[in-house]
Design a protein around this ligand. Structure first.
Ligand code: ISE
Length: 335
């Protein structure tokens, strides 16, 4: 019996996950598309044979149409979906961030802890990228000695007008706030933001690129160039400096071409292709975990809460200074 997944939100990520579940994942199908925009709902549902459409998650739950929920609406709309889904005891895959701030994330943790075990997995897909996983294995093995520094680039071609200055942190660097502590095995201690000369091609209301500096509890230093106006494509790359060597991930690996006196490599223009394998792995492993009763196989709501704390420091750091990240002790429920 396939897991009946209700996909909430039929925007870019929702549509991408609907196609993934329908064509590339085994053991699951999209049984419901929950989307207030009726036209968008209908066109998304057309691509998932047998899927019903609902305007609200409560309607899908009341109709008994879903065994699990995948939340792909923007972050500010996560809590109103998480709450009824938790109340119904449904397993949830929630796209990042868990919620936009730590207070609302803490409220979700409280509700979740009324259940017998964690039910929420958060969509920090980088942990499922094969290269990130290989880099983490290298850190854990100690083969290259201790990790000393992490240098990262996170580059988007452009962003829509709706993208705000704080979204540099809450929508984009949010990924580094999850993946870096996971890679390095240490929480973030503090965050600082530096501004180079502004890119005149960035939307008028933004001041970027930014350079984000993080100090981890274990002394590892991290720098991330967050740049959302590079124009030419999508790049997420990391260089890790170890005691006995350097490791690099996220280099272009597409089609190589020699032509007209030039050498060129095809590169990504969107996170949907750059992280396609990671998204596939993430959803497949979540589906497997739900089907065999583990419910979560990846970052959980506690990880989402820690990221919310880091984002709060990051947003403050946009105004200057070295900002300490509030520390928190993982409850046994999330061990
Ligand atoms: C977007 O929401 C994502 O999650 C992408 O991974 C990130 O690269 C981009 O900057 C965000 O806006």
């Amino acid at each position: 019996q396939d897991l009946r997944v209700g996909v909430v939100g039929a925007g870019l990520m929702g549509a991408d996950h609907i196609a993934r579940i329908t064509h590339r994942i085994s053991g699951a199908l999209v049984s419901a598309v929950v989307e207030p925009d009726a036209q968008r709902a209908a066109s998304a549902a057309e691509k998932a044979p047998g899927a019903a459409t609902f305007a609200r998650i409560e309607d899908a739950i009341d109709a008994g149409a879903v065994d699990a929920v995948l939340i792909a609406v923007p972050g500010p709309f996560h809590a109103p979906v998480l709450e009824p889904a938790l109340a119904a005891g449904l397993p949830i895959l929630c796209e990042k961030p868990l919620t936009p701030d730590s207070a609302s994330s803490a409220r979700i943790l409280e509700l979740e802890q009324k259940l017998d075990r964690p039910h929420i997995q958060v969509g920090f897909m980088r942990r499922f990228d094969p290269e990130y996983a290989a880099l983490r294995d290298l850190v854990v093995s100690g083969d290259a000695g201790e990790l000393v520094m992490v240098r990262g680039v996170h580059r988007n071609a452009t962003v829509p007008d709706s993208y705000t200055q704080t979204m540099l942190i809450t929508d984009s660097v949010v990924h580094e706030f999850d993946v870096v502590p996971w890679l390095a095995g240490s929480p973030i201690k503090n965050v600082e933001v530096k501004y180079p000369r502004r890119n005149t091609l960035t939307p008028e209301h933004l001041r970027e690129p930014i350079l984000v500096l993080m100090e981890l509890e274990n002394g590892v230093l991290v720098d991330v160039e967050m740049n959302v106006s590079v124009q030419f494509g999508y790049q997420v790359g990391t260089e890790a400096v170890f005691e006995k060597g350097i490791a690099r991930i996220g280099q272009p690996s597409g089609l190589q071409q020699w032509r007209d006196g030039r050498f060129a490599v095809q590169d990504h223009t969107s996170f949907t292709t750059r992280f396609a394998t990671a998204y596939d792995q993430q959803i497949q492993r979540w589906v497997n975990a739900v089907r065999d009763g583990r419910l979560v196989d990846g970052p959980n709501a506690w990880d989402g809460y820690l990221v919310a704390l880091a984002c709060e420091a990051g947003v403050k750091a946009l105004d200057g200074g070295v900002i300490e990240v509030e520390s928190a002790k993982r409850p046994a429920f999330y061990a």
